[in-house]
Design a protein around this ligand. Structure first.
Ligand code: IPE
Ligand code: IPE
Ligand code: MG
Length: 264
C-alpha cells in the first residue's frame, strides 16, 4: 500500500515544474496537428486551425505566468503556401481575428508581440493586423510573443548572407570574416536580446519528429521535446510536462559538464 502511494508521488513529481530550477527562457513551438485534430472529429481542417488559435491564447497566458521570456510560435511556414487556396486564405485571416480580440488582453498582461518572417509577402489585411499588434504592444516589457509567419529557416539564412554581401559590396562592412555573434544579428531573431535569441526548448506537437525548416541556426543546442498530442489538445499541463522534462536534461554544449548557455 505504502509503495503504491510512493510510486504515484514520484510520477506526479516528474510532471511538475521545479521552481527551484531554471525555467527555459526561450520556448519555441511547432504548433502542428490542427488539420488532423479536426478531421478526427469529422470537421473541416480549418476548424482545427480555429481551435489552434484559441489555444495560442491559453498557452501564451500560461507561459507568461511561468516567467518565460520569449515564446516563439511557428504559425505559417514559407512552404505552407503549397496548401489549397481556401486553407491558406483561412490561415491568413486568423491573425486578423486573433489580434482583434486578444491585443487588449496582451496589453493587460504586459506581453509584447513580435513577428518574424517575410511580412511583405502577406496579404494586406494580414500584414496590417501584425503591424498594428506590434505597434500597440511595443512598450510592453513582459514576455515577447514572437510569431513566425511566412517564416523559413533556409530562406532566413540566405537573406542574412545576401544582406552581408550587399553591405560588403557597398563598403559598409570590412572584409573581415563574419563571426557567429555578428551573423546572428542578421537573422530574424536579431530583434531579440542577444542571450534570448536561441530557444532553450523546442516543442513539436502532433507526433511528427522533424524541424520542418524552423530556426535552423538557432536550434543548434536547443533541447527537443516531442508529444503525440495535436496542438489544440496541448494544455498548460503538457507545457508543465515539457518544462519538467527540460529541467531533467543535462545541457553540456559540447563540454563535459552541465554549463550555462554561452559559458565555456
Ligand atoms: C499546423 O497544423 C498548422 C499549420 C501548419 C499552419 P497542420 O495544418 O499542419 O495540421 P496537420 O499536421 O495537417 O494535422
Ligand atoms: C510546420 O508544420 C509548420 C507549422 C507548424 C506552421 P507542417 O505541417 O507544415 O510541417 P510538415 O509538412 O509536416 O513537415
Ligand atoms: Mg502539419
Amino acid at each position: 500500500m505504502f509503495n503504491i502511494f510512493k510510486k504515484d508521488k514520484i510520477n506526479e513529481n516528474q510532471n511538475t515544474i521545479d521552481f527551484e530550477k531554471p525555467i527555459p527562457q526561450h520556448i519555441a513551438i511547432i504548433m502542428d496537428g490542427n488539420g488532423r485534430w479536426a478531421q478526427k472529429r469529422m470537421m473541416p481542417r480549418v476548424a482545427g486551425h480555429k481551435e489552434g488559435m484559441n489555444n495560442v491564447k491559453r498557452i501564451t497566458k500560461e507561459a507568461n505566468r511561468l516567467g518565460v521570456k520569449v515564446l516563439t510560435l511557428y504559425a505559417f511556414s514559407t512552404e505552407n503556401w503549397k496548401r489549397p487556396t481556401d486553407e491558406v486564405n483561412f490561415l491568413m485571416k486568423l491573425p486578423v481575428d486573433f489580434f482583434d480580440v486578444f491585443v487588449p488582453e496582451l496589453i493587460e498582461e504586459n506581453v509584447r508581440v513580435e513577428v518574424m518572417g517575410y511580412i511583405d509577402d502577406l496579404p494586406e489585411h494580414t500584414r496590417t493586423a501584425v503591424i498594428n499588434a506590434k505597434e500597440q504592444t511595443k512598450h510592453n516589457t513582459g514576455m515577447v510573443l514572437n510569431f513566425a509567419l511566412n517564416y523559413g529557416g533556409r530562406a532566413e539564412i540566405l537573406t542574412a548572407v545576401n544582406q552581408l554581401l550587399t553591405e560588403q559590396r557597398n563598403g559598409q562592412l570590412t572584409e573581415e570574416p563574419i563571426e557567429d555573434d555578428k551573423f546572428s544579428d542578421y537573422l530574424m531573431t536579431g530583434i531579440l536580446e542577444k542571450e534570448l535569441r536561441d530557444p532553450d526548448l523546442l516543442i513539436r506537437t502532433s507526433g511528427e519528429e522533424r524541424i520542418s525548416n524552423f530556426l535552423l541556426w538557432q536550434l543548434a543546442y536547443s533541447e527537443l521535446y516531442f508529444t503525440d498530442l495535436s496542438w489544440p489538445d496541448f494544455t498548460a499541463q503538457t507545457l508543465a510536462e515539457a518544462i519538467s522534462d527540460y529541467q531533467a536534461r543535462n545541457r553540456r554544449f559540447g563540454g563535459l559538464k552541465e554549463t550555462k548557455k554561452g559559458v565555456n
